[in-house]
Design a protein around this ligand. Structure first.
Ligand code: ADP
Ligand code: MG
Length: 257
């Protein structure tokens, strides 16, 4: 059975897209069928998988507006069993265009329903805001991964986000669960990184992944080659972090079933 996981945090630059890209790729390289959805109009996930704007005939925007079907939008990535629903900048307009549409928070959920079980996991990379795109992701998802950058005010932002998730659960999606909190951009030489990590673990306990993603320039550099780090430099510390996260998630989920 497929599981839909939204990767979300209202803050930008915390590692959402990097996590979607490298976690999905790690699982696909481990022979799982995976779909990633680029739900951020900036399209960093799309370009991170080496997909050029010109090669996208229809993206998530057309899918939301019913101008294209799943099969027309879905693209094969450089990793054989990793599929993507790519995006173009047009997606910026979708929140305004759908403002009047009834049932507008269920669009993505309805789109994914017939295809859900073709995949072991579907990951949705969310934009850094709480608009209709994030709401659709949280209504479609069964659980949420929250990347948290090890820096000042991380805990304040995180508490706000958790409150919001529980509100979504109360109003739109009672099955929504917290899959896990992921500490990102960890610098083991910085006392601050260690302090934040200790504090997040003290408050959120077993909900925080054992795996910590280190700050590693390869994770940023690989994107400019249109490849995830786990493919571009699998032995780098950053790639190893995401491979370890993939194993942890598979283990957690097997224990549950
Ligand atoms: N662990 C890391 N080490 C170094 N750079 C990182 C790491 N994670 C992300 N980055 C870089 O930081 C920037 C923001 O990350 P990104 O994943 O795009 O965040 P978000 O999607 O939350 O906005 C990007 O340039 C990305 O390549
Ligand atoms: Mg992003």
């Amino acid at each position: 059975m497929g599981k839909i996981i939204a990767i979300t945090n209202q803050k930008g630059g915390v590692g959402k897209t990097t996590t979607a890209l490298n976690l999905a790729s790690s699982l696909a390289l481990a022979d799982e069928n995976i779909l990633v959805i680029d739900s951020d109009p900036q399209g960093n996930l799309t370009s991170g998988l080496g997909i050029k704007r010109e090669s996208i005939k229809a993206g998530l925007y057309e899918l939301y507006l019913g101008k294209a079907e799943f099969k027309d939008v879905m693209m094969q990535s450089i990793i054989p069993n990793l599929h993507i629903l790519p995006t173009t900048m047009d997606l910026f307009a979708v929140e305004l265009e759908l403002l009047e549409q009834p049932d507008r928070e269920n669009i993505l959920s309805n789109i994914l329903k017939p295809y859900k079980d073709n995949y072991r996991y579907i990951f949705i990379d969310c934009p850094p805001s709480f608009g209709l795109l994030t709401l659709n992701a949280l209504v479609a998802a069964q659980s949420v991964i929250v990347p948290v950058q090890c820096e000042y005010f991380a805990l304040e932002g995180l508490s706000l986000l958790i409150k919001l998730l529980w509100r979504i659960r109360g109003s739109f999606n009672e099955a929504l669960d917290l899959e896990g909190i992921l500490l990102t951009m960890f610098n083991r030489h910085l006392a601050l990184s260690r302090q934040i990590s200790d504090e997040v673990r003290r408050v959120f306990k077993s909900k925080v992944y054992d795996t910590v993603i280190p700050r590693n320039v390869i994770l940023a550099e690989s994107v400019s080659y249109g490849k995830p780090a786990v493919l571009y430099a699998p032995n780098s510390l950053g790639a190893q972090g995401y491979i370890s996260l993939a194993k942890e998630i598979l283990n957690d989920n097997n224990l549950l079933f």
